[in-house]
Write a protein that binds this ligand. Sequence first.
Ligand SMILES: O=c1ccn([C@@H]2O[C@H](COP(=O)(O)O)[C@@H](O)[C@H]2O)c(=O)[nH]1
Length: 239
Amino acid sequence: MNAQEQIIVPLDVADEQAAIALIEQLESVTFFKVGLELFTSTGPKILEVLKSRQKRIFLDLKFHDIPNTVAGACRAAARYGVDLLTIHTTCGKEALSAAAEAVQAGAADAGVKPPKLIAITLLTSLSSRQLAFELKIPLELPEYTLEMALMAQEMGLDGAVCSPVEVAQLRQSCGDDFLLVCPGVRPTWAQKGDQARSLTPAQALSAGANYLVIGRPITAAADPELAWKRICEELVAVT
Ligand SMILES: O=c1ccn([C@@H]2O[C@H](COP(=O)(O)O)[C@@H](O)[C@H]2O)c(=O)[nH]1
């Protein structure tokens, strides 16, 4: 896989029309993310739009509920034949394990390949300070994200979502077969916005990320295609 195929572009837009406009502008992007805003707006129709254009799909619905409910949601989502699906680690072990079983069952029902189920360790918008003072978690942030990733791995998940700042440590502890997907990635020329823990695309890949999720530096640029090409060129220069 070349570095360009490791970049996932989120379609964080309001409706199908805006999503299609972005997909068409970004012709050479192979992997798109459908998140809460777009999926709530369009439902599964957007997944068909992407599949008809041979795009890979990260369905980032970040399930967070009791075991029976997340299992049902994962079973249903797996039937869509998407490539990646997310759940929060803070659902707990029983829910993570039920979700891992449910994606296999849902995909088998539909005769499609199961998605890789990956767990959110700690949202990349949260800082160490917020972890301690708002969420009242009495662990240092690197230790907390590592514990969450190890729990997901123990429960049979395929990987984790983490910030690029933690990815080297997670790669070292979870091994090469565990997928690590990093949002919170920012080229030097882009604004951080609400991302609290970020590194550049080159830094994130060399630290061990399998995939980078890069949104606004591309999608909010005056010329999204140019911003995408600039990121790809920067990666080619270092890989
Ligand atoms: O911890 C997380 C988990 C998911 N995301 C999602 O990634 C993109 C990032 O978009 P940017 O515009 O590059 O900030 C967005 O869709 C989030 O929902 C995340 O940022 N952090």
